[in-house]
Design a protein around this ligand. Sequence first.
Ligand SMILES: [Zn+2]
Length: 595
Amino acid sequence: MNGRRVSDQLVETVRDRSDLVSTVSEYLTLKKAGQNFTGLCPFHTEKTPSFSVNPSKQFFHCFGCGVGGDIFQFLMKIEGIAFPEALQRLAAKAGVALPEYRPGERENPGARDETEQIYQANEAAAAYFHRSLLEKPEGAPAREYLKGRGITAETIQAFSIGFALPRRDDLLKQVGRQFPRPVLEKASLISKKEGVQGEAAFFDRFRNRVLFPIRDLQAKVIGFGGRVLDQSLPKYLNTPETVVFRKGKHFFALDRAKKAGARSLIIVEGYFDVIAAHQAGVTNVIATMGTALTGEHLRLIRRWTENIILIFDPDEAGARAAMRTAPLFIEEGMSAKVVSLPLGEDPDLFIRKEGKAGFLKKLEEGKTLIDFAISRMTETSSFKSIDDKIKITEEIFPLIERLKNKFEQSHYLKTLSETLQIEEQDVRAQFASRNSKKKGGVSAGRPAPAEGSKLPHDEETIASLLLQNQLDPSALVNQVDLEDFTDSRIRGILSHYWNAEEGRWSSPGNLNEAEAPLLALWSRLSVRENGFENIQQTARDCILSLRAKKLRRESSEIESKIKLAEKGGDLSLMKSLQQRFFNLRKELSHLTLSH
Ligand SMILES: [Zn+2]
């Protein structure tokens, strides 16, 4: 362990061994109320308790002033100290030795040795998978597959791309002998079948997949991304969260970009996008792994570059992605440029078609996140009427509001007025009235609540039930998608439950990864007293209500398309639209009947 950096693992150990309830109790009196503890908020003046602590989630939240967070944040706030000092105090109390404060002493040597072994097991597995790809007869289909995707032998070498044979326990037999079972299990290289005893209980996690080793900044293998060769599902399988791997923190190929001396970074989403770029000589491309960007991601890369380019689709989905990502950058005081490729093209395809020069030229078209969101939202066909324009301003205003720089605010208000073709003074007046309304609504002497407008009840309830483990994410599967949630704050939280790669709901690995702007809402929903009589029924009702809203949105869109088709005299289009409209209404009436 060098310098002042303390490993995340150590931070987690301190967190695990500390208790928020007893720490808070040193500053105020807490009373048990349902599943939570409540008391008078130490951060604002109040007569009735609105400060709440959830002991199982280890989160606090004040319903009066909106502050919230975990044990570190509580201590930092109440003592007015920075993170390292908060960590030091809690560690001292929990009996965890921090290396930089007690030089010459090692923290928990057993845990360190095991972590070291996990790295070694990953390294050995990567070497074995790589050999299997190059040498084994069963590796032939994988070699063909990579060749078909235009990947050269040098690239396979450079990224040590590998292949897991289509056998149940190949890795276990070949590499497994060198490592204890618990190490392989903790590295998530193998899994254990429930209810089976002995050796037969274990099997390889990755089978019949092309594998990309994921490395940390020291180029140590921390996990793998695996792709199937055919159409089977899931298309991509990543190492789940382990002691050494967290997808909300690591990037694929960041080690290589850093080694290549990258002065800027281009963030994409897929392994093949990264590989195609590097192969073409663009070596500053990195990828997230099936997760949205997090604050932790940004803090990791801003150490050596603030020049970041993101690639989003050139449609409404891309605009939404930009709006979700913008607060993150604003919060971290960073900026990013957004580039889009022609619809339906990913960087892999684009680079293979246009080459390095074409790709670099494209990158010059970068727009800021907010400019991109504004222009995409206005260009997509569904935003034309005055209602739609109002809707856009309502979505963009909160982003502009977060900007600390008045000139920047002014720039975007101007852009907004130009692209929406609304008088600039009207936009400014609307923006100003929105601000004063918010300030006027809160009694003097209190900080403004962290959240702005009211949350849709059904979306808020689902998020809260998920956060409190009262609802399993599988209940949402095939019912609603992430995009069906209309509130961007709720989407931000639920994105941790959404596997974007596979388009499905799943349990998040680490719940303490809330991005800073969402933290207050996150903590509030985590400690909120739900008190529903029948949780399952409530959840079902909320899901139904979301589905119904989605169907209504779709049917009103189709309705306006029917009118257009009618005007244009396109009878066959009209007929097919009417059929779709009819089907939607039928589904909707079923929903409301069963409701
Ligand atoms: Zn408070």
